[in-house]
Design a protein around this ligand. Sequence first.
Ligand SMILES: Nc1ncnc2c1ncn2[C@@H]1O[C@H](COP(=O)(O)OP(=O)(O)O)[C@@H](O)[C@H]1O
Ligand SMILES: [Mg+2]
Length: 235
Amino acid sequence: MLDLSGVTVDYAGIVAVDDVSLSAAPGAITTLVGANGAGKSSLLRAISGLIRPARGSIRFDGAETTGLGPEELVRRGLCHVPEGRGLFPYMSVRDNLLSGAHLRRDTARVRDDLDRVFHYFPILRDHQHRIARNFSGGQQQMIAIGRGIMSRPRFYIFDEPSIGLAPLIVREVLDTIATLARDEGCGVLLVEQNANLALEIASTGYVMDLGRITLSGPSAELKADQRVREAYLGL
Ligand SMILES: Nc1ncnc2c1ncn2[C@@H]1O[C@H](COP(=O)(O)OP(=O)(O)O)[C@@H](O)[C@H]1O
Ligand SMILES: [Mg+2]
């Protein structure tokens, strides 16, 4: 579904992503773990067209997409739920959710999708007219995921969805992502600091360090790998 080959991102000569190749299958969760500053967000931004890679090729859904802009990629079914969520804090929950559908013209189905979001997150239905900033961190993450659902994607990119959340809520958010992927048959590329939980819900994992992929494989194998256990699982 998503294939990267030799992707390099640099910021005015400073290399943040260095010759990265990876693949993410449809209908599966692929996770990318790594320390702060490893280049994970830069890689995700390159995939969703927010920055242009200096080198390399990105293919999504069978087509070359390197250099395409973010709107075109959303139209093609790619959804990026960004680090920090990127909500409109003074807009209502409902309007934040609808902002995820702004490129769509199929109004009737947009309404169905809003119901689908409320099915996943009933609390958002009850409080849909309140402004987003009044919600807890976990609930704001639900709004951000819901806004992603509203673009009707076939592939989701999540950048640190659990950051700043209490441990119990972290599990809830990651479980929701797993459910969403299963129910809708969507592919997911999940960047997550909680490597333990991420490797639990993913089928395949990549480890990134200083801009490079240092390890990859089935999640179960990575979880058992001594280097991963020491560096990322605190074991
Ligand atoms: N807009 C930017 N301009 C310059 N350097 C950046 C920018 N964004 C990120 N970086 C640098 O690129 C490197 C990778 O950052 P980032 O992709 O955010 O890593 P991660 O998401 O793994 O924490 C870091 O050294 C960071 O300081
Ligand atoms: Mg990041």
